[in-house]
Design a protein around this ligand. Structure first.
Ligand code: ATP
Ligand code: ATP
Length: 217
């Protein structure tokens, strides 16, 4: 069964979201109050609509409650973003994901019922810092359906810790395939195995699970 998504607000972020969802053959409805914005995206997206998402009657009419995820990508206007989130939750939308401008905005969105709050600049900042530290040898190799393959280099913080300490062998959503140490590839892995500076972990599995594990390091 295909998931149905709606994206409200077609700024840079919302447009990128629609373009990628469409590219991956998902059903996506793109909504903006500004006709010019909808016209700009019409070539990239099959379903485009001019509407005011803060209007309860419009939300009901569009049947947004039946969509799997409705994404609110109105970043700069706090009031509109918060009100839209509230209207969508009250209309019964199961999952409302919202882009936040800052931590204060994120907090309010959570209070009014947002199911997931994304702060792209904050997330991207952390990600760029990680790549500056060069822990990950290459960015994710996408395998489709949120599955990725990646490599992680053991730094000072993980040096001398065991695979057991890092909970690497009991993950259900991703797997440590092997460890590259110098020119040797170790694929018989035990919880007692101690990691050394420069070891390269080869990980595969769900991208979010890997990200979550990286965040715990
Ligand atoms: P980005 O940084 O991703 O370019 P942004 O966060 O600056 O975007 P905004 O310009 O604040 O985004 O708003 C995104 C879009 O939301 C705009 O195209 C705007 O027309 C649209 N928008 C604003 N209010 C509403 C509304 N009530 N209903 C639908 N769309 C709206
Ligand atoms: P955000 O990531 O919050 O969206 P932004 O892109 O809006 O940030 P700006 O406000 O344009 O960022 O600027 C970022 C920071 O760079 C500001 O704190 C500003 O004071 C600083 N900055 C601007 N010009 C210079 C400069 N010439 N030298 C050093 N810092 C500067």
């Amino acid at each position: 069964m295909n998931n149905q998504f709606a994206v409200i607000g077609l700024g840079l972020f919302g447009s990128a979201l629609c373009e990628e969802l469409q590219r991956q053959d998902a059903e996506v409805l793109a909504i903006d109050i500004d006709e010019v914005k909808t016209r700009q995206i019409a070539t990239l997206c099959n379903h485009v609509l001019v509407a005011d998402a803060t209007d309860e009657a419009t939300v009901a009419e569009l049947g947004l409650a039946n969509f799997d995820i409705v994404f609110v990508a109105i970043g700069d206007n706090l009031e509109t973003s918060i009100l839209t989130t509230l209207v969508l939750k009250e209309a019964g939308v199961k999952k409302v994901w919202v882009k936040a401008r800052d931590k204060f905005h994120a907090k309010i969105l959570q209070k009014v019922g947002a199911d997931k709050v994304i702060n792209p600049e904050w997330d991207m900042g952390r990600r760029v810092a990680q790549s500056m530290l060069d822990n990950r040898l290459f960015d994710y190799l996408e395998l489709g359906h949120d599955m990725v393959l990646t490599e992680f280099v053991i730094g000072l913080q993980q040096n001398s810790r065991t695979l057991g300490d890092l909970h690497l062998l009991q993950q259900s959503n991703f797997q440590l395939l092997a460890i590259k140490r110098g020119e040797v590839l170790h694929n018989v892995l035990t919880g007692k195995m101690e990691l050394q500076l420069g070891d390269i972990l080869i990980l595969a599995g769900n991208k979010h699970a890997i990200d979550h594990w990286l965040d715990t390091l």
